[in-house]
Design a protein. Structure first.
Length: 91
């Protein structure tokens, strides 16, 4: 994938309901930087199209590195690439 600006979603999952409690969208100018932060988990995903379960330290580093206000408040956190279908279908 050629590095170009791409939108991603950080999602906090409600612990009792198992659905998204809240989300934050952010832009990554060079997705290769995000791939490096994800490490081995993203090794087989050159387009970063998979969903990624994040540890607290990974969430903090992504929030810091890409200047996104996101604190999952103890909820499980996931990262996914934004897609156009998000404009039409709620998640």
């Amino acid at each position: 994938m050629a590095d170009q600006a791409t939108r991603f979603i950080l999602r906090a999952i409600h612990p009792d309901l198992g659905c998204p409690a809240f989300e934050a969208m952010f832009v990554v100018e060079q997705p290769g930087e995000l791939r490096l932060l994800l490490g081995e988990a993203a090794a087989d995903d050159p387009e970063l199209e998979m969903d990624y379960h994040l540890e607290a330290a990974e969430v903090a580093e992504i929030a810091r590195r890409f200047d996104v206000a996101f604190d999952p408040g103890g909820c499980e956190a996931w990262l996914r690439r934004w897609t156009r279908r998000r404009d039409k279908v709620p998640f």
